[in-house]
Design a protein around this ligand. Structure first.
Ligand SMILES: *Cc1c(COP(=O)(O)O)cnc(C)c1O
Length: 390
């Protein structure tokens, strides 16, 4: 089945709802049964029948089917955020006394879960530089049950060799989970390399319009069923059918949007690399990116995130540059239609916080759906203002 078939057709049964093109929003918490026998049948397979919306809601179910297919996995569960998706997939694997290996610098709340929260339940984590699999092997203990990957991450884009990691983990019976948000299912499918569970924040590319917070866990049937009847039903972190409908609408253009932001990023890469005020650019699909060969091998594209280091003499200069940008909004997150800028300098000198590990001249851009020429014009005038006040 092609991506286009998945986005336009899969999971939709239009004859059931008046041949409506847009799936209905089944805004119902509860579902009734004509007979006791039907009720009995539904209740023992609550993960696929329609009993109660904390379990399986028909509108949300369409989304489950499409996202599972996009990631080439058996099934998927939609949850209330990307952070939840990481948390419950991780919690589904470990028990008290277990050890996790996680790549260093994962998404901040994945790090918080592993370093601050799970130790309360006797689960400890070692963070390693996953660019070299020998670091993963060195960190392994007799009680290691889980390897948590994020490839690339969303600031400095370090990769792990997914095929090698999956093979290594299988050799020891260790489960693998990856946060695949950076690539979206369009640019990377880790299950193809043997990774057990593939997690996304839906909030970013998949929904793509900056109006919903949600997450998804994709994986083999046995793993997804186990989560459904444990973490998913007990913690109850579901999304509303309304949000599912918004996500389905956003999903229709996922491939188009990914291709567009990728094209824009390549234009911006060329522009930044030639610019005298840019010290260095980080982008996995740049031939000079340290892990370019691996990126080409396991990713079909990189998308709209790019990090640059400016030749600025102080934080004030960075601030002048960023404050003067008109088309880039200062914000966290990414993956929507709108271009964004996140200067690391904004995180320096905050009360009660240690300064970031990244240097203050580091600026992360997200290129949305605007024209590349307009984005270049904007950056150009920002640089001019920065130099005028220098
Ligand atoms: C934003 C993000 C998350 C968390 O997603 P939410 O939907 O905001 O909870 C997880 N991983 C990565 C890589 C992200 O960028």
């Amino acid at each position: 089945m092609t991506i286009s078939d998945i986005l336009n057709q899969l999971g939709e049964d239009r004859e059931q709802y008046f041949n409506a093109i847009a799936p209905p929003i089944i805004q119902s918490s509860n579902f009734a049964f004509p007979t006791v026998a039907d009720f009995r049948k539904a209740i023992v397979q609550e993960n696929v029948s329609h009993v109660y919306t904390r379990g399986n809601n028909p509108t949300v179910e369409i989304l489950r089917k499409k996202l599972a297919a996009l990631e080439k996995t058996d099934d998927a569960l939609i949850v209330s955020s990307g952070a939840t998706a990481m948390a419950i997939s991780i919690m589904s694997v470990v028990k008290s006394g277990d050890h996790i290996i996680c790549v260093k610098d994962p998404y901040s709340w994945t790090k918080a879960l592993c370093s601050n929260y799970l130790p309360r339940f006797g689960v400890m984590t070692t963070f390693v530089d996953g660019r070299d699999i020998s670091n993963i092997e060195t960190a392994r203990q007799g009680n290691t049950t889980l390897l948590v990957l994020e490839s690339p991450n969303t600031f400095t884009f370090e990769l792990q060799d997914l095929r090698a990691c999956a093979a290594w983990a299988k050799g020891y019976g260790i489960t693998t989970i990856i946060d695949n948000s950076h690539c979206s299912p369009i640019f990377q499918n880790p299950a193809e390399y043997g990774i057990d569970m593939v997690v996304h924040t839906i909030t970013k590319y998949i929904n793509g319009h900056s109006d919903v917070v949600a997450g998804v866990i994709c994986g083999r049937q046995d793993l997804i069923d186990r989560i459904f009847f444990a973490e998913y039903m007990t913690l109850g972190t579901v999304i509303s059918p309304h949000d599912a409908a918004l996500i389905l609408r956003g999903l229709r253009t996922l491939q188009l949007r990914m291709e567009r932001v990728q094209q824009t990023a390549m234009v911006m890469l060329d522009y930044f690399k030639k610019h005298p005020l840019i010290e260095r650019v980080l982008y996995p699909m740049d031939q000079e990116f340290p892990q370019y060969t691996l990126a080409r091998r396991q990713m079909r594209g990189s998308g709209g995130l790019m990090t640059v280091f400016l030749k600025a003499k102080d934080i004030q200069e960075i601030e002048t540059f960023v404050d003067n940008l008109q088309r880039f909004q200062i914000a966290v997150s990414w993956g929507g239609h709108e271009s964004l800028v996140l200067p690391v300098a904004a995180l320096y000198g905050l009360e009660g916080r240690t300064d970031p590990a990244l240097p203050w001249n580091c600026v992360r851009f997200y290129f949305g759906l605007e024209e590349a020429v307009d984005l270049i014009d904007d950056v150009e005038q920002g640089f001019e203002k920065m130099q005028k006040t220098a």
